[in-house]
Design a protein around this ligand. Structure first.
Ligand SMILES: Cc1cc2nc3c(=O)[nH]c(=O)nc-3n(C[C@H](O)[C@H](O)[C@H](O)COP(=O)(O)OP(=O)(O)OC[C@H]3O[C@@H](n4cnc5c(N)ncnc54)[C@H](O)[C@@H]3O)c2cc1C
Length: 480
């Protein structure tokens, strides 16, 4: 029999899990969150926040910012009349700053647990069985400690781990996944990256800006296939021609060999074979759901064809009162998507009308220029046979962008030709990650492009480009 009994037990303390736990506690449930010892602080205490805070969203953005400043000092200052000679990068300081941010935020989640009275249970969580209507969950510590707790509701939020490739052993020193690539102790002269997805592009950008010669090898024939084709085309042009990232598409990796001094990758592209030598290799070929060791078999938890926990639109699994959220289930592997699901599930448990609108989840790639979108791409609209109109305005026509010296990219609004409803908004440019919020709000409220066009946007701001793009849908832009 279990010693401790809770209303809700959450397995996993990443963005999906910790948010679900906080919201459940706010709603008055006795709530516990189980977090394994995958991440620990310098004192050896378990760190909350999962992939996102420890080795994902936050540390990558910290490094992107540091590398952007370094790049600006080398390339952008000059146009402002600022001379910066002998600009140097102290990688150790950059990594320390990133680590401090991680520490600050992960310990912040501990504080939020205390404030909201969420019990933190440290150890690996797994299903043991069910006793009447109480699920039995084991919590096994690395030190051999263990206990079984029980709960009426269990929320699985075990997240995902980097996918590794057969025959390519990751040591996170020379051959890295995201964990090692966020903690390199020096700028590699030659960096190879397998995978031109979001993570490969962001991490490749960091080390490229710091001086690495970066080559990205991508299996797919198309670049950024999930993005709007106009955005993908613009990004390709900027990354490869202006920034010098070497991106090879349609690549088939034949072998990866680690020598004493270099990693050698042999690959085919088209009809030819190539060899790439690099000092460090980052493998970023997607992520796999964490379901191993979860004890799903003990209780009959159903997985889908891709090994994710199978859920319905409300994140209910096939088991009564067992829910799953975040990277471990279907849908985009994005922290904010997992957080919204966590809130929805807690509210559904409380009998409220929890809801996630999967059609308005924003996507962001934090390269430079940034890429962000919400809703449908032009490819999707064409495939669905939807009649649409397009309004596109370049940042080159925006006074604030010119003042900031950063005019790359554009805003592109796709609206229904019949109703004018906004169907998708695609931004490539500085601060795209912030600008997209307006489009998300507009789409959540079922706005038309005319609605955005009639809203007063502050001048001079980058958001005026959103305004102009909405006006351009009706061919009445004012400043372009
Ligand atoms: C380099 C990188 C950059 C990223 N950048 C972004 C970004 O900018 N924006 C964005 O939205 N997303 C980004 N992501 C994705 C984002 O990190 C994930 O979508 C998000 O962390 C998923 O949250 P989650 O709670 O589902 O899982 P996770 O964050 O993976 O957390 C799961 C937690 O569960 C724990 N756990 C697993 N199994 C057990 C068990 N059996 N018992 C106890 N604990 C367990 C793990 O230790 C982990 O702490 C990035 C990812 C990477 C790798």
């Amino acid at each position: 029999m279990a010693n401790k009994q809770f209303d809700v037990v959450v397995i996993g303390g990443g963005p999906g899990g910790y948010v679900a736990a906080i919201r459940a506690a706010q709603l008055g449930f006795a709530t516990a969150c189980i977090e394994s010892e995958a991440y620990a602080d310098p004192k050896g205490e378990v760190r909350l926040g999962g992939t996102c805070l420890n080795v994902g969203c936050i540390p990558s953005k910290a490094l992107l910012r540091s590398s952007e400043l370094f790049d600006d000092a080398n390339h952008a200052f000059v146009m402002h009349g600022i001379t910066a000679e002998s600009v140097k990068m102290d990688v150790a300081t950059m990594i320390r700053r990133k680590d401090n941010i991680v520490t600050q935020l992960t310990s912040g989640i501990r504080g939020l647990f205390k404030k909201n009275k969420v019990t933190l249970l440290t150890g690996h969580g797994s299903f043991v069985g069910r006793d009447n209507d109480l699920w039995q969950v084991q919590v096994a510590g690395q030190d051999g400690s263990g206990e079984v707790v029980s709960a009426r509701h269990v929320i699985v939020a075990t997240g995902s781990s980097p996918r590794h490739l057969d025959g390519i052993p990751v040591d996170n020193k020379v051959i890295c996944d995201n964990v090692g690539a966020l903690s390199l102790d020096a700028v590699p002269k030659r960096l190879g990256v397998i995978g031109a997805g979001v993570i490969g592009l962001e991490l490749g950008s960091v080390w490229k800006r710091l001086g690495a010669d970066v080559t990205i090898l991508e299996a797919l024939p198309d670049f950024l296939a999930a993005a709007d084709p106009a955005v993908a085309k613009e990004a390709w042009k900027t990354f490869t021609r202006k920034q010098g990232l070497k991106i090879n598409l349609g690549v088939k990796i034949n072998s990866v060999k680690r020598g004493k001094k270099a990693v050698t990758i042999e690959y085919d592209m088209g009809d030819a074979s190539y060899t790439l030598e690099c000092d460090c290799l980052v493998v970023s070929v997607g992520r796999v759901p964490n379901t191993a060791g979860l004890g799903g078999d003990n209780v009959g938890l159903k997985l889908d064809e891709r090994g994710r926990v199978e859920v319905n639109d409300h994140c209910q699994t096939n088991l009564e009162n067992v829910w799953a959220v975040g990277d471990v289930i279907r849908g985009p592997m994005l922290a904010h998507k997992g957080m919204e699901e966590g809130v929805m599930v807690a509210e559904l448990i409380a009998g409220q009308a929890g809801h996630v609108n999967y059609d308005t989840i924003p996507w962001v790639i934090y390269t430079h220029p940034e890429i962000a979108w919400v809703g449908k791409t032009e490819t999707q609209l064409k495939n669905e046979g939807v009649d649409y109109r397009v309004g596109q305005i370049p940042f080159l026509a925006n006074g604030r962008a010119l003042g900031q010296g950063d005019t790359s990219g554009f805003v592109r609004v796709l609206a229904c030709a019949k109703t004018d409803a906004v169907l998708g908004v695609h931004v490539i440019g500085a601060s795209a990650s912030e600008l997209i919020a307006e489009a998300v709000v507009a789409m959540e409220f079922g706005a038309s492009s005319e609605d955005i066009a009639r809203i007063c946007h502050a001048h001079p701001t980058l958001s005026e480009t959103m305004h102009e793009a909405a006006l351009a849908v009706d061919k009445r832009s004012l400043h372009f």
